[in-house]
Design a protein around this ligand. Structure first.
Ligand SMILES: Cc1cc2nc3c(=O)[nH]c(=O)nc-3n(C[C@H](O)[C@H](O)[C@H](O)COP(=O)(O)O)c2cc1C
Length: 252
């Protein structure tokens, strides 16, 4: 199994900051205004640093009606022009997983700046055609960014018993926390296309049902943040198995 590029990707202080943001994040679709100048430069800085092979993030502006579709139930995102474009080069192995990792780390950085965010996979292509892409690149998703004009609202999630194989209450605390953290990860259409299992000091993340590489990269970032400051190693898996985390477990 290959070593995962997520090992050492984030500094300890950044991991703690992003973990705290997990519980504050929800999708925001109504904004009062875009990020102020200070927040925007912090976002540019985060976008420049959060890169993995085949992925880059650009902070841009576009009129919401040009970029977002009006969707049933949720309507159209409104009130901010600022967005991040998540650009992927599919010729790089695992680029969509890397995009999920980088994009969600960026989202959690934005949340820790007090901003609201929303991942958007169903954006209008015409809204991003001003971006300069290199050969082989595409915009995989965009992320709306701005000051929230709505209350925090946690979306429903599957219970742990539905996303875990076996009883997570019998797992060591770090594995239980990591599973809880995956549970609150965002996913397209809130599908939560993942399954977790624990055996031999190792927590495994698997794909379950219809889900994109981005959804699974997001889940993997959450899983790694949920381990907290316990030393651990992440390894890529094969087939349905996306990755696993092996952590020192003195309670066994
Ligand atoms: C890859 C991805 C694509 C998404 N695409 C859209 C979208 O096109 N439009 C939208 O309104 N929300 C979109 N979402 C937001 C999800 O609907 C939302 O994350 C999910 O319902 C869970 O709600 P929460 O983010 O409030 O926890 C997307 C989320 C992800 C992760």
């Amino acid at each position: 199994m290959d070593n995962c590029a997520l090992n050492g990707f984030l500094a300890p202080a950044q991991r703690a900051r992003l973990l705290e943001a997990v519980n504050k994040r929800c999708s925001v679709r109504a904004f009062s205004e875009g990020p102020n100048v200070a927040a925007k430069s912090a976002l540019q800085y985060a976008a420049g640093r959060l890169t993995l092979p085949g992925v880059r993030i650009l902070v841009e502006e576009a009129a919401p009606e040009k970029l977002y579709r009006a969707l049933p139930m949720v309507g159209r995102i409104k009130g901010t022009k600022t967005y991040a474009a998540l650009i992927v080069d599919d010729s790089i192995s695992r680029a969509p997983l890397y995009a999920g990792i980088c994009g969600e780390a960026f989202v959690l950085e934005a949340v820790s700046l007090g901003l609201g965010t929303c991942w958007v996979g169903s954006f209008k292509e015409s809204g991003v055609e001003h971006l300069l892409l290199k050969e082989g690149e595409r915009v995989a998703a965009v992320i709306a960014l701005g000051m929230p004009a709505q209350e925090y609202q946690r979306r429903k999630r599957k219970p742990l018993s539905k996303i875990c194989v076996g009883d997570p209450a019998s797992w060591p605390l770090w594995a239980y926390h990591a599973a809880e953290c995956v549970r609150y990860a965002p996913s397209a259409l809130n599908r939560q296309p993942w399954r977790l299992g624990y055996a031999g000091r190792t927590l495994v993340l698997e794909k379950a049902g219809m889900g994109s590489g981005i959804d699974l990269g997001i889940a993997l970032l959450h899983m790694s943040l949920g381990v907290g400051d316990k030393p651990h190693v992440i390894r890529w898996g094969q087939g349905k198995e996306i990755a696993s985390i092996l952590a020192e477990d003195r309670s066994l």
